[in-house]
Design a protein around this ligand. Structure first.
Ligand code: CTP
Ligand code: CA
Length: 232
C-alpha cells in the first residue's frame, strides 16, 4: 500500500537473478567464454537478501562467492541457463538477467579432445550457431505483474551512442528496465567500480552515480521497487 516504506517492498518477494558468464564447450577440455566476473549479479543478490527477498541465483562462471542465503543453481552453458531460468522464474516477482550469455555456441561439441595433426599445419574451423535469447523468452512467457530487468554493456559507434543502442535494445527485448553499462571507456569487467544508467520502458532515464557494484546494486533495486506490485 501507499504507506509501506520502500525498504520493505522486497520483503518476502521472490527474486531470480542470473549472474556470471556462460561457457560453451568445444570439446571435453575447452570452451568459449567471456570475462564476466559475476560481481554485479552477486551484489544484486546480496542487496535483495538484505531487503528481505527470497533469492534464487542462477550462476554461470563467477569469480566471487555467491551469498550462502541464496538458493544457488549452477549452470555452464546458455542452454542450461535458459532451462534453469525458465524453471526458477515460475513464481518470481522480479527477474534480473545480469548474466553475460554467449550469443553463439559451437555447432558441435567434439566427444574427444581435439588434436592437432602431426603432418600438416591445418587448423580446425569452428562453426557457431545462435543461442536462444533467454531474456526475450522470459519476457514473452512472464506471468502478470512480474518485473523483468535486463542488462546491456554498450559502446557508442558510428551508428549511435551507447544510450541510443540501449534504448533500442530495451524496446526490442520488451523488458521493464534495462541497466546500461557504457563500456566505451573499457573498464567494467572484473573491476570493483561501475557506472550505470537505468532505462525504463516508459522512457525514463535514471543515471546512477559511479560507485562500487554493491552501491550500484542498491540504486538498481531503488529503481525496480516502484514497479513491484505491492499487493502480492
Ligand atoms: N541475454 C539473454 N540471452 C542471450 C543474450 C543476452 O538473456 N542469448 C540477455 C543478457 O543477460 C542481458 C540482455 O539480454 O540482460 C542484453 O544482452 P546483450 O548481450 O547486451 O544483448 P544482445 O541481444 O545479445 O545484443 P548484442 O548483439 O548487442 O550482444
Ligand atoms: Ca549479446
Amino acid at each position: 500500500g501507499a504507506g509501506s516504506s520502500s525498504s520493505s517492498v522486497l520483503a518476502g518477494r521472490r527474486v531470480v537473478i542470473s549472474a556470471g558468464g556462460t561457457r560453451e564447450p568445444l570439446d571435453p577440455v575447452r570452451f568459449l567464454g567471456n570475462r564476466s566476473s559475476g560481481r554485479q549479479g552477486v551484489a544484486l543478490a546480496r542487496a535483495a537478501l538484505d531487503r528481505g527477498a527470497k533469492v534464487t541465483l542462477v550462476s554461470g562462471s563467477i569469480e566471487v562467492a555467491p551469498p550462502p542465503e541464496a538458493d544457488l543453481v549452477r549452470v555452464e552453458t546458455a542452454l542450461q541457463m535458459r532451462d534453469a531460468m525458465t524453471e526458477a522464474v515460475r513464481d518470481a516477482d522480479v527477474v534480473v538477467m545480469a548474466a553475460a550469455v554467449a550469443d553463439f555456441r559451437p555447432s558441435e561439441v567434439a566427444r574427444h579432445k581435439i588434436k592437432k595433426t602431426v603432418d600438416d599445419e591445418d587448423a580446425p574451423v569452428v562453426t557457431l550457431v545462435r543461442n536462444p535469447d533467454i531474456l526475450a523468452g522470459l519476457v514473452a512467457a512472464r506471468r502478470p505483474g512480474q518485473v523483468v530487468v535486463g542488462f546491456a554493456a554498450e559502446t557508442g559507434d558510428d551508428t549511435g551512442t551507447a544510450l541510443e543502442h540501449a534504448t533500442a535494445k530495451l524496446a526490442r527485448k520488451g523488458c521493464d528496465l534495462l541497466v546500461l553499462n557504457d563500456v566505451s571507456a573499457g573498464k567494467v569487467f572484473g573491476k570493483d567500480d561501475t557506472e550505470v544508467v537505468v532505462l525504463a520502458a516508459d522512457g525514463t532515464v535514471t543515471p546512477v552515480p559511479p560507485g562500487s557494484k554493491e552501491r550500484v546494486a542498491e540504486a538498481i533495486w531503488d529503481a525496480v521497487l516502484p514497479l513491484v506490485n505491492q499487493d502480492g
